[in-house]
Design a protein around this ligand. Sequence first.
Ligand code: ASP
Length: 333
Amino acid sequence: MKHILLLTTGGTIASQKHANGLAPALHGKDMVAQLELGYPDYHFDFEDLLDLDSSNIQPEEWRLIARRVYDALSDYDGIIITHGTDTMAYTASALSFMLQNLCKSVVLTGSQLPIQNPLTDGVTNLFTAVEAIARGIAGVSVAFDRKIIPGTRAVKVSTMAFDAFESVNADYLGQIFADGTRIFHPQHISCDPTSPTILNDDFCTDVFLLKLLPGTRPEIFDSLADMGYRGIVLEAFGAGGLHYINRDLHSRLAMLAERNIAVVVCSQCLYERCDLSIYEVGHRILEKGVIPARDMTTEAAATKLMWALGQTTQVEEVRRMFDTCYVGEVTLL
Ligand code: ASP
């Protein structure tokens, strides 16, 4: 018999209609009742940890969730976290970095329709999360629309459709078909069951995510530096281009390096890698000390930068961390 802990944090899955729209109102007991119907041989405990729309889940909440997971790990075969879908990818990435050498399954799930709605996807998503635990998928993952996605590769791609999440630049870990559950990658992270899981939950919240627009003014970098930001994730064009004619973003990057601000460059494109060496508009900024995100999702790049700056104040150390794959977040070529 498997022992599973359900941690609830709010989101649509737990929501009911109020005068101002949907808001979290349901609790773990409502979801455990569904889980027990589907898996009568398993034992489920639940804890209502938070009651939030995921737009309100921030680094403080990531830390709270990570600590509760860490404390409960030894008592359970796996942990399911129900969470709003809007920022689930950020939480999944953040938890992945915070919980190193995680050999058990920690699965985030939620739904597009509340669990009390007769057309809900919530029950199937909860059952998919149980499948991930039953099949022993180590590490943090996201279970949605019958797919199991690596935590650092999940991206929300649809606001309304039920297949709202994709695994970007990495295979699904598993998928449920009419003829059964297929597990493609039971071990997407390296973990050693003879060593303990390590909780490392120091995060720097002084990280800014900037999506470039043709015409973005270079002074934005001065403002961010003056505001005390220590890290910037730049969503650049295509394979990693930034303009320097008329409005010279490139020369401001040297100023950021001098002020010990780490700049990570990723792409506005959802798929494939950013490669700053291909075009002149990218190549010139490599000399300014920027850190390429390679094929990381924006969510993973941003949470990794927050985590890295929680461990070090040195940009060179941040670069070394971005040259390291910790939890399947990046393909190093
Ligand atoms: N606004 C909700 C949330 O992220 C959406 C959802 O759960 O699907 O909490």
